[in-house]
Write a protein that binds this ligand. Structure first.
Ligand code: HEC
Length: 197
């Protein structure tokens, strides 16, 4: 009985202590200060286990199709490259100022884990749902699953692309550009220059 009271008392003191620390305002929430190593590994474990658990039943489509890879490119450039970088770009204002740091998807050792079935599921889940309080947005609010799978497919090939290949795969061919490319009248110069988009 005495032991049980001791345990209850310790738990009570711990809860009151935690409440006092939280409400005192001494916890620094600034993004320019790193977590302690213990807190970092606690949060990282919680994040990884949560993503593994939540993504385990997702069905992965065929991500090797070429059109799947190329259709994810323009979305990646518009919505992700500012944080997750692109060939030849080592940092941006966003990538440098966020904490935790957005992983650099041009690096083969980082992207390697998405090339497995489980890794593909996990990256899809993160793209769709985001990661709370990290700067990683939940794109599922505005994009359908097909577009998000195309981005997973694109990220898996990103480390193999050089700057020119990246530009080619991420340029959005909008209606104006297609009109210019295929407009017969513009071919009067005969040098085909309008075809070089
Ligand atoms: C405003 C910055 C920002 C943008 C824009 C952004 N992300 Fe992120 N993303 C992050 C941060 C920060 C993390 C790391 C979160 C963490 O470590 O908990 C992250 C994590 C991820 C991860 C998981 C990485 C891992 O640790 O396994 C994936 C996958 C991802 N982002 C994909 C995308 C894609 C695809 C887009 C575009 C549609 C995108 N992100 C746009 C900031 C961003």
């Amino acid at each position: 009985m005495k032991f049980l009271l001791g345990v209850l008392f310790t738990v009570f003191v711990a809860i009151v202590g935690m409440f006092a620390v939280v409400s005192s305002g001494i916890v620094n929430v600034g993004a320019d200060q790193e977590h302690s190593p213990m807190m970092y590994s606690l949060l990282e474990t919680a994040r990884n286990r949560s993503i593994e658990h939540a993504s385990k039943d997702i069905k992965v489509p065929d991500l090797e199709q070429v059109d799947m890879i190329s259709s994810g490119g323009a979305d990646y450039k518009d919505m992700c490259a500012g944080c997750h970088l692109s060939p030849g770009v080592e940092k941006t204002d966003l990538s440098a100022s966020l904490y935790p740091k957005p992983p650099n998807f041009t690096k083969a050792d980082i992207v390697k884990r998405y090339q497995t079935e489980d890794g593909a599921k996990q990256s899809f889940w993160v793209i769709k749902h985001g990661i709370m309080a990290s700067g990683m947005p939940a794109w599922g609010a505005s994009h359908d699953d097909d577009r998000m799978w195309a981005m997973v497919a694109f990220i898996r090939s990103l480390p193999e692309l050089n700057e020119n290949q990246y530009t080619m795969l991420t340029t959005r061919l909008d209606d104006d550009m297609l009109d210019m490319s295929f407009d017969g009248e513009m071919d009067m110069t005969g040098d085909g220059s309008e075809m070089q988009h």
